[in-house]
Design a protein around this ligand. Structure first.
Ligand code: FE2
Length: 670
C-alpha cells in the first residue's frame, strides 16, 4: 500500500476556479494509480481562485519513479466551467516531492498530461512510457499549431485566423478585453481625437498640430516637438531613435550619391570628406530597399514613397549631423542633393522625406519583420518541436507569451485590406507586401546578433550610442544566463549533435522562417553547444530587448507627426528653392491621416495590463537547483543593469530608457 499526497494549486487570475469534477491519475514507471475525483467529497468547495488543496491518493503498491500526472474534467450539474491549474505537487511514500507545472486551462471533457519539472534531453528520457508521451505531445502540438503562408517570400506564420480561437495551451490570460482594446478606434477615443478622424483638411500651421497633443504629452514628446527640426536631433535618432539599426560607417561614397567636397566643406569645419572618411567620422543611411515602390492611396489620394540617401558627420563634439540628403536613388539634375546650407524650408522638407522613409523601414522591416514575425517563427518552432521536458522549451516559453495573439491581431487589424496601416500609411497595401518580401530576402544572422551587427556597421566607437551601450550589456546578461542553463543540460558537443528534437527545431526555423536561404547565415544544424548558446541568446534578445528598443518609443517619437509621418501627399521636390511652409503642410499627412497614425502608434506602444518585465517568470517550471539559481542571478544582473542605466540617464537631457530591463518585456506581446 502506498499513499501519495497530492497538492493542487489553482491560479489566481480571474475565473481560474471551477466547480467541475476534477480527476487525477498518477503514472509511474511501475504502475498507475486509479483515477480519483478530487471534487467528489468536497464538491461544494470546488477549486477557487488561488486555492491550495491537498488530497491523498492510495495505491496498492509503489508506482515506481513518477512520470506524469493526468488531470481531466467533467461538468458538475451541467455547468461547463474551465479551470486554470498552476501546478501539482506530489509527495511519494518514499518521501520525494515532485513538481508538475501546469499553468494551463483545462476545459470540461478535456485532459492534461503534466510531466514532472526535471528537464531532460530526448536521449536521456529512456523509459518507454516517457518516450511515447514525448512523441505523442509533439504530434498533438504539430496538429494544433499549423504553419500558414501569409504571403510568398515572407516568414511563414501560425495558421489561426482569430486570436480567440487559440488553444488553451497558449491562451494565457488573453481575453476579449485585450481583443477589444487592440483597435485604432479605441485609441482614437483614448486620445480624444475621434472627431478629427475623417477630416481630409490640410493643417493650417504647426501650431494647430501642437494643440493636438494637449492631453497626450510627456517629457519625451515635448522634447521631440521642441527639437524635431534640429540637425542634432535628426542625427541623434539614427543612433537612439526608433530605428537604430540602419546607420553605418561610410568609407566610400556610393556611386549614385555624388556628394562633392565643395558641397560639404561648410559642414566639416575646415576639414574634407576624404580626411573625415579616413578618420571614420562619416556615416551613411541608404534606404535603397524602398526604391521603386509605389505609394499607397490614402483618403483617395496618391501618396509618395522615396528611397533617400543620407550622409552624416560625427563632429569633434560627438554630434551626429546630417550633411547631405538625396531623396532618390538615381543621381541627376532632377534629384538634387540637399544641404544644410540650402534654404530652411528646402532642408526641412528633405529631412521630412527621410523621416517618412524611416516610418516605412522602421514599422515594416525593423519592427514587424525583425521582431514580431521572427519571434512568431521561433515560437512556432518551439511549440512544434520541443516537448515540455526539453530544457530549451522551459528556457524559451516565457519569451513566447502573447506573440501569436498579438501578431494575429496585427495581421487582422493593421495590415489587412481595411487595417489601419493599409488605410493611413504610404507603405500600406501592395507596397507593404513587396517591401516585406525584399526585407525578408535581406535578413542575415549577423544582423540579428547585436555584437556582430555593431561591428559590421563599424559603430563600435561612436559616442552617445546608448542603444548600442545598453544593448551590448543586455546581450551579455542574456548570454550569461542562456550559457549557464544550456551548459548544465548539454555537457558536450555530442549532446547537441544527438539532440534530434533541437535539430528539428532549428531546421524548421531555417526552412519556414528564413526560406531555406543559405545566404542568411542562419544555422541549419548545431554542431556545438556554443553555437546553440549564441542562437538562443539571439532568440531571447530579439523577443525582449530588441523589441523593447524598437517598440516602446513609437508614440513618444512619432506622436509629433512631422517627426514620423506615416504618408506624404506630394512627390519629392525636383529642384531647390521651390519649397515654403505651405508646401510642407501640403506634403505632410492631412488631419484625419495624422490622428489615425497617432492612434496606431499609441496602440503599438501601450503596455498590456498584465505585462511581465524581462526576468520575471511567474511560472515555476523548474525544481532543480541549478536553473533556479541561474534565474536568480539573471534577475540580479538585470537589476544592476537597470540601476546603471538609471544613473547614466540622470546626466542626459533626453534619457534613453528603452533598453532598461524594467521597461523590457519577456516577449513580443504588444
Ligand atoms: Fe511591437
Amino acid at each position: 500500500m502506498g499513499t501519495y499526497e497530492v497538492t493542487v494549486h489553482t491560479g489566481t487570475r480571474a475565473l481560474a476556479g471551477t466547480t467541475s469534477y476534477i480527476y487525477i491519475q498518477l503514472r509511474g514507471t511501475e504502475a498507475e494509480s486509479e483515477e480519483k475525483n478530487l471534487n467528489q467529497a468536497y464538491f461544494s468547495l470546488g477549486f477557487s481562485e488561488g486555492s491550495v488543496r491537498s488530497f491523498k491518493v492510495e495505491c496498492k503498491a509503489s508506482l515506481g519513479e513518477l512520470i506524469y500526472v493526468k488531470l481531466s474534467s467533467k461538468p458538475f450539474m451541467g455547468l461547463d466551467n474551465q479551470w486554470f491549474c498552476n501546478k501539482v505537487l506530489v509527495t511519494t511514500p518514499e518521501d520525494g516531492e515532485f513538481l508538475f507545472p501546469c499553468y494551463r486551462w483545462l476545459g470540461c471533457e478535456e485532459k492534461l498530461v503534466l510531466r514532472h519539472a526535471k528537464a531532460s534531453l530526448v536521449f536521456q528520457d529512456t523509459n518507454p512510457i516517457s518516450q511515447r508521451h514525448r512523441m505523442r505531445q509533439l504530434e498533438e502540438r504539430q496538429e494544433i499549431f499549423g504553419w500558414k503562408v501569409y504571403a510568398e517570400g515572407m516568414p511563414h506564420v501560425n495558421h489561426y485566423e482569430s486570436a480567440l480561437d487559440m488553444p488553451a495551451e497558449v491562451r494565457f490570460s488573453f481575453s476579449k478585453n485585450t481583443d477589444f482594446y487592440y483597435t485604432a478606434g479605441t485609441q482614437l477615443l483614448a486620445l480624444k481625437l475621434e472627431g478629427l478622424a475623417d477630416s481630409k483638411k490640410t493643417w493650417g500651421s504647426f501650431n494647430e498640430l501642437d494643440r493636438l497633443l494637449c492631453e497626450n504629452r510627456n517629457k519625451t514628446i515635448d522634447y521631440v516637438e521642441a527639437h524635431w527640426d534640429e540637425d542634432e536631433f535628426f542625427g541623434y535618432q539614427f543612433l537612439n531613435g526608433l530605428n537604430p539599426m540602419m546607420i553605418q560607417r561610410c568609407s566610400k561614397l556610393p556611386e549614385n550619391f555624388p556628394v562633392t567636397e565643395e558641397m560639404v566643406k561648410d559642414s566639416l569645419g575646415g576639414s574634407s570628406l576624404e580626411v573625415e572618411m579616413k578618420k571614420g567620422n562619416i556615416f551613411l543611411c541608404d534606404y535603397k530597399m524602398l526604391d521603386g515602390l509605389v505609394g499607397n492611396e490614402v483618403h483617395g489620394r496618391q501618396q509618395y514613397l522615396t528611397a533617400p540617401l543620407v550622409l552624416l558627420y560625427c563632429d569633434p563634439y560627438g554630434m551626429m549631423l546630417p550633411i547631405a540628403i538625396q531623396l532618390g536613388q538615381k543621381a541627376g539634375v532632377q534629384n538634387p542633393i540637399f544641404l544644410p546650407t540650402d534654404s530652411k524650408t528646402d532642408w526641412q522638407l528633405a529631412k521630412i522625406f527621410v523621416r517618412a522613409a524611416e516610418f516605412s523601414v522602421q514599422e515594416v522591416d525593423i519592427h514587424l519583420l525583425r521582431t514580431h514575425l521572427l519571434s512568431e517563427v521561433f515560437t512556432m518552432a518551439t511549440w512544434r518541436n520541443l516537448p515540455f521536458p526539453h530544457p530549451l522549451f522551459k528556457l524559451l516559453i516565457p519569451h513566447t507569451r502573447y506573440t501569436f495573439q498579438i501578431n494575429i491581431l496585427a495581421r487582422n487589424r493593421l495590415i489587412s485590406e481595411d487595417g489601419s496601416i493599409t488605410k493611413y500609411s504610404g507603405i500600406g497595401g501592395a507596397a507593404l507586401e513587396e517591401f516585406l518580401r525584399r526585407a525578408t530576402a535581406s535578413l542575415t544572422y549577423s544582423s540579428l546578433c547585436l555584437p556582430d551587427n555593431i561591428s559590421e556597421r563599424g559603430l563600435e566607437e561612436v559616442p552617445h550610442y546608448y542603444y548600442r551601450d545598453d544593448g551590448m550589456k543586455m546581450w551579455n546578461v542574456i548570454n550569461k544566463y542562456v550559457e549557464g542553463v544550456l551548459q548544465h543540460y548539454y555537457t558536450s558537443d555530442d549532446d547537441v549533435k544527438n539532440d534530434t528534437e533541437v535539430e528539428s527545431w532549428i531546421s524548421e526555423i531555417f526552412t519556414k522562417g528564413f526560406q531555406e536561404r543559405k545566404s542568411t547565415g542562419i544555422p541549419e544544424t548545431f554542431q556545438a553547444v556554443k553555437e546553440l548558446i549564441k542562437f538562443v541568446t539571439m532568440v531571447i534578445f530579439t523577443a525582449s530587448a530588441q523589441h523593447g528598443a524598437l517598440n516602446n518609443g513609437q508614440f513618444e517619437f512619432g506622436g509629433w507627426m512631422p517627426n514620423f509621418p506615416t504618408a506624404l501627399r506630394k512627390p519629392p521636390p525636383e529642384h531647390k528653392g521651390q519649397t515654403n511652409e505651405d508646401t510642407i503642410l501640403e506634403t505632410l499627412p492631412d488631419v484625419g491621416t495624422t490622428v489615425n497614425g497617432m492612434a496606431v502608434l499609441k496602440l503599438l506602444s501601450t503596455k498590456s495590463t498584465d505585462h511581465y518585465p524581462l526576468g520575471v517568470f511567474p511560472e515555476e517550471l523548474y525544481d532543480e537547483e541549478v536553473p533556479c539559481t541561474l534565474i536568480e542571478e539573471f534577475r540580479k544582473d538585470l537589476r544592476e543593469l537597470s540601476d546603471d542605466i538609471e544613473e547614466r540617464n540622470k546626466k542626459l537631457e533626453l534619457p534613453y530608457t528603452y533598453m532598461d530591463p524594467k521597461n523590457v518585456e519577456n516577449s513580443v506581446a504588444i
